[in-house]
Design a protein around this ligand. Structure first.
Ligand code: ZN
Ligand code: ZN
Length: 264
């Protein structure tokens, strides 16, 4: 099975997992590689967590696990950067990454108008269409700040926590914004992530991935976004078949910021 490109450990402020437990879990699941992608969200409005980590200690940990598990699985050191539409956030994030040898950078949006959908307040006084449009608008706005990233993380983050009975994001309801998003990714050679955590919580609309492929998108990564070891590689069998149905031939992971194709 291809690699899991999106996982967290205790280097992420919202996670307690021992990194080695993720490695063991990935080996048990038969994954070819595992990418650690720890949270860095500069100026997060979350009062409980500071989404920052010690990059030196992180690389020491990944390097020692690489040695210990050489020949069993390939390990990559990534980061999930939180984007907000502010120049000072973009600059601080660039400084955090400067001179560091990350394999994979996921660009994500966790906070919109200083609210995290995780806590629910974001949805107040918004219809479902307004809430989902607001997230997609924000993703597009963040692209203008020059964040350096390889993969757009969980474009469907907003579907996870909404109060709506049917939480699915439908292509037909957001076609203009989704088209703009996909065209940007394709033009800029950035990958679209199939986030299996989002996908297992809320049934995805097949029309979305179909449209990305129609527009010429072929760079996809698959990430569990696991915050617990047992969730590494979550539902990969199902979502690999799903991707194949739309004509995707490869899932990608990143090594030294270069996409590497694995046939699916
Ligand atoms: Zn995220
Ligand atoms: Zn994540």
């Amino acid at each position: 099975m291809h690699g899991d490109t999106h996982t967290h450990t205790a280097f992420s402020a919202d996670c307690k997992t021992n990194p080695e437990d993720n490695v063991r879990s990935a080996i048990a699941a038969g994954l070819s590689s595992l990418t650690f992608t720890e949270h860095y969200d500069f100026d997060a409005p979350d009062e409980l967590h500071s989404f920052d980590f010690d990059v030196d200690a992180y690389f020491d940990t990944v390097n020692s696990l690489r040695e210990k598990y050489a020949g069993q699985i390939r390990l990559f050191a990534g980061i999930e950067i939180g984007q907000q539409p502010h120049q000072y956030v973009a600059e601080a994030t660039a400084l955090k990454m400067a001179g560091r040898d990350f394999d994979h950078v996921i660009g994500s949006t966790h906070f919109i108008d200083r609210l995290d959908p995780y806590y629910g307040g974001f949805y107040k006084e918004k219809t479902k269409k307004q809430a989902y449009d607001r997230l997609l608008d924000e993703l597009l706005a963040n692209f203008k700040y020059g964040y350096d990233f390889d993969t757009l993380g969980h474009f469907d983050y907003v579907t996870r926590y909404g109060p709506y009975e049917d939480k699915t994001m439908y292509y037909r309801d957001h076609s203009d914004l989704l088209d703009e998003l996909f065209k940007y990714l394709i033009r800029e050679d950035k990958a679209l992530e199939i986030n299996t955590k989002s996908g297992t919580r809320v049934e995805p609309d097949p029309a979305i991935l179909k449209r990305y492929r129609e527009l010429g998108g072929f760079l996809i990564t698959m990430g569990s976004d696991a915050h617990k070891p047992e969730l590494v590689g979550l539902a990969f069998d199902r979502f690999t078949e799903y991707a194949k149905n739309f004509g995707f031939r490869y899932c990608f992971h990143y090594e030294k910021r270069v996409p590497v194709a694995e046939p699916i």
